[in-house]
Write a protein that binds this ligand. Sequence first.
Ligand code: NDP
Ligand code: MG
Length: 400
Amino acid sequence: MTNRIAILGSTGSIGTSALEVIEHLGPPCRTIALSAHRQLDRLVEQATRYRPATVAITTEDIPPAIVAKLRKLEIAIYSGPNAMVDMVGRDDVDTVVVAVVGAAGLPAVLAAVEAGKRVALANKESLVVAGSLLMPLARKKGVTLLPVDSEHSAVFQACRCGRAQEIRRVILTASGGPFRSASREQIENATLADALKHPTWRMGAKITIDSATMFNKALEIIEAHWLFDLPPEKIEVVVHPESVVHSMVEFVDGTVIAQLSPPDMKTPIQYALTYPNRLPGISRRLDLTKPTCLHFEPPDMERFPALKLAYRVIKMGGTAGAALNAANEAAVQAFTSGKIRFPEISRLVETTITQHRFQADPTLDDLLETDRWARSRVESLVLSGGSGFPVIDSPATQMI
Ligand code: NDP
Ligand code: MG
């Protein structure tokens, strides 16, 4: 059976790995569509190498030279804010890999599910914002959301060892990020360069900062709640600095099933693309002939308040996830452009969740409105600087 794959966010870290995996798998897998936001030269390089039928470009102004190069390759171009949504509905798309960062990926995820495509989902933010709409839609359309996030891929695989009602709890592993052993004072004074030094994973900038605040794990707790239909008390987090055990599922009889592999996103990406089958992979193998220690320790909810917020947001439901996600995206943006200090990210998110106009049973428009409001609330709190979120005056460190 053909597997013509669209990669949304092909120019990013997950998107690039997905392209490598598809090239490795070979037919019947084939890259049919790509998408980019700002890195258009990179998109042209990818298009030249992988020859998709079509691309989506979501920025407003596309330089004529880019259009000319793509036309020369006879590639159809979707452009503008709806480009990804329009592209995923095409008849020649079988599978959609959603590797866009942030809530910007949500409309395309909804469109792919609505069109009944196979969806390999890296974009956890769309579930955090709109899991309450996405999961019922997926069930209605008979679409399985195949997790790309390594923890959720691990849980998804472990879940195959038992029935849903036999799950006692899910244990998500967390590397702990660059500040795992940092004191409160060190975290207070962390610079952008410190926060970008992830010990085990090489990822896009936003998720790297999310790993430092542990908002990444917070988003993942909420992602697990939606994907596996679990109440908050059945989702636990354990810090595991080696990032070899990607998560575990404990069943009612006391058996714990874990999934292990060296930290490389190509492994869960490939599983999402070949599921339910397994094919030879391209990632490094786990080598237990060398002395290996695997450590586990409880997370510190005081130094990393993001984790507590995740449980609070699941209990609140409604618009709370949209408020958390948008506030976090805006706060990360403020931090990376040097406007706030590192610990203010968590404080801004908490304040925004508390202050937002909560709705228990939101429509998509309500969620998008919450997203807009939360971003502008964070921006005004950052600008005012006097609401307990002091603006730092040192020059902004550039993103790397
Ligand atoms: P990157 O920042 O490396 O890539 C993001 C991609 O999204 C790029 O292709 C970028 O385009 C595109 N993009 C950015 N903004 C927009 C927008 N407004 N509209 C459309 N496209 C946009 O991110 P990652 O690959 O690291 O992460 C992607 C997703 O996967 C995130 O949700 C992340 O949480 C998740 N994830 C990532 C992991 C990793 O190891 N990196 C692990 C697990 C999950 P361009 O570059 O052209 O501007
Ligand atoms: Mg993850």
